[in-house]
Design a binder for this molecule. Structure first.
Ligand SMILES: Cc1cc2nc3c(=O)[nH]c(=O)nc-3n(C[C@H](O)[C@H](O)[C@H](O)COP(=O)(O)OP(=O)(O)OC[C@H]3O[C@@H](n4cnc5c(N)ncnc54)[C@H](O)[C@@H]3O)c2cc1C
Length: 504
């Protein structure tokens, strides 16, 4: 008889796993509390605008390719990828903006113009980042850490001293050894925000992100980020996955130490051989499981650090914004203080770095004709909720600071539409742990690779986890890897490495 699986949550991780299980012959039901699939990949439609309230960077393109290959498909054609040239622009408080091409041949000159010798240093830095990226993807990310021999491989042993150095110092210390200028250091460290962490706390192994910026390049799906979620669902269509929307799982039913089904808000009970949760793990463990079945209880979570919260401010702007790129970043001078406020002091930073996306640069249909669409992401500490006034104030500050840095003095006056998505919205919409924005724990060393919360319950048989909260971590490519790791756990495939067609 066909085996069956229930997946809680139609986020990117849950859907990616649903496809793998369904392809291999499972009968799969995905149960989602909201009205649509995609989870944190989401958009809001408002008076002719489509405002993204989720991810906007398409990182690690080869991870998408590898996942799609399992289905005999090509990600770059299905998702209609475009490479941004330039990749993005960075604005500063008191310095001229810098434009990063995503091409080392060009970007080395940008570095050299700021600091003598920095061009050559960048080349060497990125070469090392690329090596670390390759080793990490190959030996650490696609790994459930079930067999020592999967890590004790010659390339890792040969590079062991380097890897040890990279995990025993933080990213900022590592970067500062080669670059003095604050702006250059910021360019090599800012990615930590995407991994829900701080360069002053996260291990230097995350230097690997610079490989993406300067070697791999910056790509984007022409139809927008929501098309990633739509295509993930479409990829599984032929396998007959059943999606149930507007259905809130209230409880994972456990009988004799084994997960046997879920109970929904209307008291319906659904049964399956395997239960997987793609919801935030804190919610899954502390709300959906009765206390005796919790492997990771409140005490466990109180010792873990969530990724940051975020205030998302989407605005419709009259007229054009020719000076902006699709991706724009604004970095404050008080870089360290900014991270310290968010991750250590847990207060809203006075001067906040922000990310500003201008998606109408790539897809003008996201705004009415003659208008642009801007989306501000302001990272804030996890666990901090904001009332409407505080949100409005923080939004105004982000807009005015950015408009000054980007020399668009009339930006605020040209705003004709606004949507604010704050911490409480993350909690209400996704059952987010401590209002976190990205779906899981930050990438401290103690919460990375083999130290991350695992993808299988320690107490309940047949209960598994998938998505940003579990191995290997936050972000869409990580969700694709997570789906493969959980699939391997379910099918008792202990080998490390990407899943191949033959494994199915
Ligand atoms: C503003 C923002 C910007 C980001 N930027 C980037 C980026 O540029 N690039 C990148 O790669 N990543 C980015 N990320 C991170 C990335 O979007 C997430 O890590 C990823 O989408 C998480 O997917 P997931 O499947 O693990 O979880 P989710 O997307 O949260 O999916 C979990 C699903 O479970 C559902 N659920 C929860 N509880 C229940 C329940 N009890 N019953 C039923 N369903 C339930 C939720 O509604 C949700 O749909 C960003 C995220 C945000 C919010």
């Amino acid at each position: 008889m066909k085996k069956s699986a229930i997946i809680i949550g139609a986020g990117y991780g849950g859907m990616a796993l649903a496809n793998l299980l369904a392809k291999s012959g499972y009968t799969v039901t995905v149960i989602e509390k909201n009205a649509q699939s995609g989870g944190r990949i989401a958009a809001v439609k408002q008076n002719g605008y489509t405002f993204d309230i989720g991810p906007s960077w398409y990182l690690m393109p080869e991870v998408f390719e590898q996942y799609y290959q399992i289905f005999g498909e090509l990600a770059h054609t299905r998702l209609d990828l475009v490479r941004f040239k330039p990749g993005y622009r960075v604005y500063f408080e008191h310095d001229d903006p810098l434009t990063i091409q995503g091409d080392i041949e060009h970007d080395r000159h940008t570095f050299e113009a700021i600091e003598r010798g920095a061009g050559e240093k960048l080349e060497r830095y990125v070469q090392k980042s690329s090596l670390v990226y390759e080793l990490s993807v190959k030996y650490f990310l696609y790994n459930n850490f079930q067999r020592a021999r999967d890590i004790l491989r010659w390339p890792i042993i040969r590079n062991a001293p380097r890897m040890v150095r990279l995990v025993t110092q933080n990213l900022d210390t590592y970067v500062s050894k080669s670059f003095r200028d604050r702006r250059l250091r910021q360019l090599l460290e800012y990615h930590m925000v995407f991994l829900g962490s701080s360069p002053f706390q996260a291990p230097a192994i995350y230097t690997l992100m610079s490989h993406l910026d300067f070697k791999s390049g910056v790509f984007y799906p022409r139809a927008g980020m929501v098309s990633l979620a739509d295509d993930m669902k479409a990829l599984g269509d032929e396998f007959g996955i059943c999606y149930v929307f507007n259905a809130d799982v209230q409880e994972i039913i456990v009988k004799k130490g084994e997960a046997v089904g879920v109970r929904l808000g209307d008291d319906t009970e659904l049964r399956a051989d395997v239960i997987v949760s793609g919801a935030d793990l804190h919610h899954t463990e502390t709300t959906l499981l009765a206390k005796p079945h919790q492997s990771f209880d409140e005490k466990y979570w109180s010792a873990r650090q969530p990724g940051p919260g975020a205030l998302l401010v989407s605005v419709g702007v009259k007229g054009t914004l020719p000076s902006l790129e699709h991706h724009n970043l604004f970095f404050v001078d008080k870089w360290r203080e900014n991270f310290r406020a968010i991750y250590e002091d847990k207060i809203i930073p006075k001067d906040a770095s922000v990310y500003v996306c201008n998606p109408t640069k790539t897809d003008p249909t996201l705004a009415p004709e003659g208008h642009e669409n801007l989306f501000f992401l302001v990272p804030i500490p996890a666990g901090v909720s904001l009332d409407e006034n505080e949100q409005a104030q923080l939004a105004d500050t982000a807009i005015s600071t950015f408009s000054a840095a980007a020399s668009i003095p009339d930006l605020a006056e040209r705003i004709v539409e606004k949507n604010i998505f704050g911490p409480q919205d993350f909690a209400d919409r996704y059952n987010a742990w401590e209002y976190n924005a990205f779906g899981g724990e930050s990438h401290l060393l103690s919460q990375s690779i083999m130290f991350r919360t695992p993808n299988k319950s320690k107490k309940v048989k047949n209960l598994y986890y998938v998505g940003a909260g579990s191995l290997p971590g936050i972000g869409l490519p990580m969700c694709l890897i997570s789906a493969q790791l959980t699939y391997k756990k379910i099918t008792n495939n202990r080998a490390a490495g990407p899943l191949k067609k033959e494994d199915m």
